[in-house]
Design a binder for this molecule. Structure first.
Ligand SMILES: [Cu+2]
Length: 79
């Protein structure tokens, strides 16, 4: 069986502990199509696997919802 997923990588600033990581993971995980969220606290890199390409602004919105900021994101719009 073949399941194809797309991986989106963003960089998030402001995370300082495991609680931050789980907040970000939870918010991004609630986006449509997201199957897994892998957060590296040390670098702020977040790898998101999803069944369809994600809307960058939706990802940024989810991160902001959790209380953090996306600093690197393909096709990010200036706010
Ligand atoms: Cu924290």
């Amino acid at each position: 069986m073949s399941t194809s997923t797309v991986t989106t990588t963003v960089t998030v600033t402001g995370m300082t502990c495991g609680h931050c990581v789980s907040s970000v993971r939870e918010e991004i995980g609630s986006l449509d199509g997201v199957v897994s969220v892998d957060v590296d606290l040390a670098t702020g890199k977040v790898a998101i696997d999803s069944t369809a390409p994600l809307d960058p602004s939706a990802v940024a919105g989810a991160v902001e919802e959790a209380g953090y900021q996306v600093t690197e994101l393909a096709d990010a719009k200036e706010l």
